[in-house]
Design a protein around this ligand. Structure first.
Ligand code: BMA
Length: 324
């Protein structure tokens, strides 16, 4: 709280929100939301949007903009479509991409949800240009989602944050390691959903890919509050050790971003703010957070990495070492 008794505003909505809506699309769709984001070599912004067709099935579609705010040039046709013949795990669509640029591979690695009779799982695809993609197929079997790759190896291995669900344990954040992006092991629980009345009780998940900072990996994660009125998706912060990312150092007790605006409060799924991507401005500190609003349209909000870390250090709690 500041002296006026108001909460600090850490994440600020852009005045042009929502920045992309279904009616902006060059072909008929139901909704556009939950976009992965990256900066291209020329400094322009690419969003890989989840587009839900009027069938209910989702595909991914690229939108490009010079300033990351407006003037979006949207692919005329779906950019990455489900391919159930070769990838049966994509039968009911592909959703919620998280993009990680990996300097070692000079490629973008996209972790997305593939949805089929088995439930939602995590799939991987690699691209250099967002026109052709190499699919790696399912890397985490259902039920699992909310995954992103870290941009560099940790102790020689690739690391993936993800959110498996079990009837025993609930929906918690895990990390797994791989020598080749195809074979995954050394699975570790990173953060558990809290219990009871907490904003992040029972179900949490990674939102955009982790942000590498001098203090460690900064995680923006979502917590889902279930009530008689339905679900409420909010965002909080956590910090993971730079060299041992399964070690959670700090975690926010309160949420920092919650649905407030009409386009976040009302839509196909009410009361959802759901970022899957960010870009970092040339100052190295401002993040542009792209987030799905009520599973209907896309919003943009900005934050300062330094302020997020500073707030977490003042308001976070050490992660409970006995939580496992
Ligand atoms: C989550 C994900 C998101 C979606 C959210 C709210 O489980 O499936 O794609 O935005 O639910 O419906």
């Amino acid at each position: 709280m500041n002296s006026a008794g108001k909460h600090e505003i850490l994440i600020r909505r852009h005045e042009k929100n929502p920045i992309l809506r279904p009616e902006d699309w060059p072909y008929p769709i139901n909704s556009v939301f939950n976009a992965g984001a990256t900066l291209l070599a020329d400094g322009s912004t690419l969003l890989l949007c989840r587009v839900e067709e009027r069938s209910g099935i989702s595909h991914l579609c690229a939108a490009r903009s010079l300033n990351g705010i407006d003037g979006w040039v949207i692919d005329e046709l779906p950019t990455l479509k489900p391919d159930p013949l070769n990838h049966p795990e994509e039968l009911w669509g592909i959703e919620d991409p998280r993009i990680t640029y990996v300097p070692e591979l000079d490629s973008h690695v996209i972790a997305f949800t593939s949805f089929s009779r088995g439930g939602p799982g995590v799939s991987l695809a690699v691209t250099r240009d967002f026109r052709s993609f190499e699919r790696y197929g399912v890397i985490m079997p259902p039920e699992d989602k909310d995954a992103a790759l870290l941009p560099r190896r940790v102790s020689g291995h690739w690391a993936l944050i993800h959110r498996p669900v079990s009837s025993w344990q609930g929906a918690n954040i895990w990390i797994s390691y791989s020598p080749d992006l195809r074979h995954w092991g050394s699975h570790r629980l990173v953060m558990r959903a809290r219990e009871g009345a907490w904003w992040d009780a029972n179900k949490i998940g990674l939102s955009p890919p982790p942000i590498e900072t001098s203090k460690g990996w900064l995680l923006i994660y979502h917590g889902v509050r279930q009530s008689a009125a339905g679900c409420l998706y909010r965002l909080g912060l956590a910090l993971l050790d730079a060299d041992i990312p399964e070690r959670c150092l700090l975690r926010s007790d309160s949420w920092i971003f919650t649905p407030e605006e009409p386009y976040e409060r009302q839509g196909d799924v009410a009361n959802v703010v759901f970022p899957c991507g960010y870009t970092i401005a040339p100052d190295g500190d401002t993040i542009n957070l792209y987030y799905g609003c009520a599973d209907t349209c896309l919003g943009l909000a900005t934050a300062s990495i330094r302020s997020l870390l500073d707030w977490l250090e003042r308001h976070g709690s050490p992660c409970d070492p006995h939580q496992h």
